[in-house]
Design a protein around this ligand. Structure first.
Ligand code: PMV
Length: 332
C-alpha cells in the first residue's frame, strides 16, 4: 500500500424477508438460526463511499462510519472489520488500515426497513473495491453477514435464500423472474427503533417459550414459500409470508420483557389489507423489526391498493418497489 488512500463505491438495495430470519445460532460468527427467503427492493437505495487509509499499526486510526449524516457506534462493526483485515492479509495487503465510510440511504434507517442489510452489503462491496481484492460474491456475502445476517442476501439482486446456519446467501431467481411482482413499503413512523434487531433476537432466543417451535416452523414455511415463489403463486406466497412474520412477532410478544415494534397505524394497515383480501384483492403484508408494513402484490393491484391506503391511513408515506437488480460497485 504505497498510495495515501484508496477509494471504493457501492450501491445496494435493502433485502426484505418474505420468510424471516429471526434468531442467531449461539456462539460466534453471526449465523442465522432460521432460513429466510427475501427480495431486493429496487427503489430503495443505499449508496456508500469508502476511503481506506494505511495506518502505522492496527487501531492507530479508528474506523469511522457515517449514515445519513449520523456517525455510528463503531463497536457494532468490530467483527466485520476484523474479518476484512483477515481477508486483506490473505490477499497480500499486509499493512493495517483504517476505513472512513459515508452512506446515504434514500429511506429511513434503523426503522425496520432492512437498512442494515443494504448498509453492510454496500460497506463490504465498497471496501473490497477500494482494496482491489478479487473476491467472489459468495465471499462478499460471507463478509457482509458478519455485520448483519440479512446483508448476506443484499449482495445479490432478485430473490435470495439464506439457509439456517449458512455463511452466505444464494440467488434463487433474478430480477426478471416475476416482472409483475410489487412490494409496497408503507412508512407509518420514520423514527429510530428503540431496540435493535440484534438485541431483540437475543432476548427472544433466551426468553421466549415459543422460540424452539418458531425454529421448526420456519423451516417448513420457507420450504413451502420457495416452492410458491417458483410457481409465482402470489396467494400461497402471501399466506406463507404472513404466517412467517406473525410467528416471528409471536416469539417477540412472548419474550421477557415483551418486544413491541407495532404502532397503532401498523395494525390499521393490517386491518385494511384483511378487508381488501375479503373483497378479493390479492395482497399480503409483512413486517420486520419496526412499525412499517410492507405489502406483496402484483402490479395490477397497485392502483386500487394505493387509493384505499391513502384514504384509510392518510398520514403514511407509501413507496412502490420493483425487484432489485444486482448491486453496483466500483473503485473510484
Ligand atoms: O440482519 P439483521 O440483524 O438486521 O436482522 C434482520 C431481521 C429481520 O429484518 C426482522 C428479518 C430478515 O430476515 O431480514
Amino acid at each position: 500500500m504505497k498510495q495515501d488512500y484508496f477509494r471504493g463505491w457501492a450501491l445496494t438495495n435493502p433485502s426484505l424477508a418474505i420468510t424471516k430470519y429471526w434468531g442467531k445460532i449461539e456462539g460466534l460468527g453471526n449465523y442465522p438460526a432460521t432460513p429466510s427467503l427475501a427480495v431486493g427492493l429496487a427503489e430503495l437505495t443505499c449508496e456508500t463511499e469508502v476511503k481506506i487509509t494505511p495506518a502505522k499499526k492496527p487501531g492507530a486510526l479508528p474506523h469511522k462510519l457515517c449514515i445519513n449524516g449520523v456517525f455510528q457506534d463503531s463497536q457494532r462493526f468490530a467483527g466485520f472489520f476484523e474479518e476484512l483485515r483477515v481477508l486483506a492479509v490473505s490477499n497480500g495487503i499486509d499493512v493495517p488500515f483504517s476505513v472512513y465510510a459515508n452512506s446515504v440511504c434514500n429511506f429511513p434507517v434503523a426503522a425496520g426497513i432492512a437498512s442494515s442489510s443494504a448498509g453492510f452489503a454496500a460497506l463490504a462491496m465498497a471496501c473490497v473495491q477500494a482494496l482491489g481484492m478479487d473476491l467472489s460474491l459468495r465471499e462478499i456475502s460471507k463478509l457482509s453477514r458478519l455485520g448483519s445476517a440479512s446483508a448476506a442476501r443484499s449482495v445479490f439482486g432478485g430473490f435470495t435464500f439464506l439457509g439456517s446456519g449458512k455463511g452466505y446467501a444464494e440467488v434463487l431467481h433474478d430480477a426478471f423472474f416475476w416482472p409483475d411482482f410489487r412490494i409496497l413499503v408503507v412508512e407509518v413512523d420514520q423514527g429510530k427503533k428503540k431496540i435493535s434487531s440484534r438485541e431483540a433476537m437475543e432476548c427472544t432466543r433466551k426468553t421466549s417459550p415459543y422460540y424452539d417451535s418458531w425454529l421448526r416452523e420456519s423451516l417448513k414455511t420457507t420450504e413451502h414459500a420457495i416452492d410458491a415463489l417458483q410457481r409465482k403463486d402470489i396467494e400461497c406466497l402471501g399466506r406463507l409470508a404472513r404466517h412467517s412474520y406473525m410467528g416471528m412477532f409471536a416469539t417477540m410478544l412472548s419474550a421477557q420483557p415483551p418486544i413491541i415494534y407495532w404502532k397503532p397505524e401498523s395494525l390499521q394497515v393490517i386491518h385494511v389489507l384483511d378487508s381488501l383480501r375479503q373483497e378479493g384483492l390479492p395482497c399480503w403484508e409483512t413486517m420486520d423489526a419496526g412499525p412499517q408494513v410492507k405489502i406483496f402484490c402484483e402490479a395490477s393491484s397497485v392502483p386500487f391498493l394505493l387509493d384505499r391506503l391513502k384514504f384509510s391511513v392518510p398520514r403514511t408515506k407509501i413507496r412502490v418497489c420493483t425487484v432489485a437488480q444486482p448491486p453496483q460497485m466500483k473503485q473510484i
